[in-house]
Design a protein around this ligand. Structure first.
Ligand code: ADP
Ligand code: MG
Length: 387
């Protein structure tokens, strides 16, 4: 991969000087969905697929970007002296936001650079290609200019950039999972205080299979914001009867005893998901520690059910993938992952049935939905690296 990227870099820019190559992973959240902005737990892991960058310093202040995923756009040029979000910048608003955030935090970027990206994760499908390109860019800058900044600071800075520069209201999970990824481990992260621990992903004779709905982007973003406000409204009301600062602080029993304070039925369902999903995530990590993979799978299925009926963020495409997956013997668990409405579902599947799993779920999906789903058999990988 490294040689291929350097060659491409030379073709796109010019064949001179030394070029360095870096990689940052994508991520998949195994359980703990829509809990990250509710002060709850999440359990994501970094993947061995992600985003690569080949980079070379320049002598001026220009930044020239090229992405092998958006070749039709050619080279897009910006300057370190003008780090502003513009429509014409297209996808480069993500890495530009990172340069902006680094400067905001008081670091000075001494010179421009030419940079070529290539991602082997799908864009806009919930595997967080945006956080992958952000963390990658921040990591490249840190290594290239010897900035004294930790990986956790990188995660925070990238979230800040996506929130403030790109106007995307994301939580910290994606950037954290990517910056802090560790091979064969998932990260049990408490989004309330960013305390975390690593848990071994020992699936024995099973693998993680990601199923992509390939659904075109719809109203997902506005509904995401709506869910956030519904949870905020529910929290405000429940606060009047029990002193908490987030839904993630509530146990199931506390929620049941106090839920009547939430007058709106929809808001009550949203809060119920946030509370139960957080507790489920805690139980799922415990199950994994006890090597009870069957229980882990069952909790994944419960998570999907809650996201379908209480949080209402699944939709026919994700439901079809999960329902069809669960019909197959040897599937330990399956659920939607990411924000929902489209994007991907994640499943744990016994190795010996993976081929027939892909064939059967793929066929049923195509028949019902009318277009193909994609399947990726993934491994749990580490964080950003120089290759
Ligand atoms: P997700 O993070 O779920 O993949 P987003 O919409 O948040 O979806 O981010 C996708 C966007 O991130 C792309 O449309 C593009 O602007 C940017 N991006 C991600 N990976 C790349 C890449 N390899 N090259 C260029 N832009 C990328
Ligand atoms: Mg994203």
């Amino acid at each position: 991969m490294k040689e291929k990227l350097i060659q491409r870099f030379y073709d796109v820019f010019s064949a001179e000087g030394s070029v360095d190559v870096y990689f940052a992973p994508g991520r998949v959240n195994l359980i703990g969905e829509h809990t990250d902005y509710n002060g709850g737990h999440v359990f994501p892991c970094a993947l061995t697929i992600g985003t690569y960058a080949a980079v070379r310093k320049r002598e001026d202040h220009k930044i020239r970007f090229y992405s092998m995923n958006f070749e039709q756009l050619g080279i897009l040029e910006s300057s370190l002296d003008e780090l502003i979000n513009k429509k014409e910048n297209d996808w480069t608003n993500y890495p530009l936001g990172v340069c902006w955030a680094i400067k905001e935090k008081g670091f000075s970027i001494p010179c421009g650079f030419d940079i070529l990206y290539f991602g082997n994760i799908p864009n806009g499908s919930g595997l967080s290609s945006s956080a992958s390109i952000e963390v990658l860019t921040a990591y490249v800058l840190r290594e290239m200019f010897s900035f004294d900044i930790s990986l956790i600071e990188i995660a925070k800075l990238c979230q800040y950039s996506e929130n403030k520069f790109n106007g995307v209201n994301c939580g910290i999970m994606d950037q954290f999972a990517i910056a802090m990824g560790m091979e064969n481990k998932a990260i049990f992260l408490d989004t309330a205080d960013l305390s975390y621990e690593y848990a071994d992903i020992l699936l024995e004779d099973a693998k993680i299979v990601i199923m992509n709905t390939n659904k075109k982007r719809g109203l997902g973003d506005s509904k995401y914001n709506q869910r956030r406000s519904e949870c905020e409204a529910a929290l405000e009301q429940i606060k009047s009867v029990i002193p908490v600062s987030s839904l993630g602080e509530l146990t199931e029993e506390q929620f049941e005893a106090n839920q009547n304070a939430i007058t709106d039925e929809i808001q009550r369902k949203r809060a119920k998901h946030a509370v139960y999903e957080n507790q489920r995530t805690i139980k799922a990590v415990e199950a994994l520690k006890n090597k009870d993979i069957e229980l882990f799978g069952k909790l994944m299925i419960d998570s999907h059910t809650s996201l379908k009926y209480d949080y209402e963020v699944t939709g026919t495409e994700l439901d079809t993938l999960v329902e069809e997956a669960l019909k197959i013997e040897g599937v330990i668990g399956a659920r939607m992952t990411g924000a929902g409405f489209g994007g991907c579902a994640v499943s744990i599947v016994k190795e010996q049935v993976i081929d027939s799993f892909i064939e059967n779920v793929g066929k049923a999906y195509k028949e019902k939905i009318g277009y193909e789903a994609d399947f990726y058999i993934v491994s749990v990988g580490g964080g950003p690296v120089k290759l």
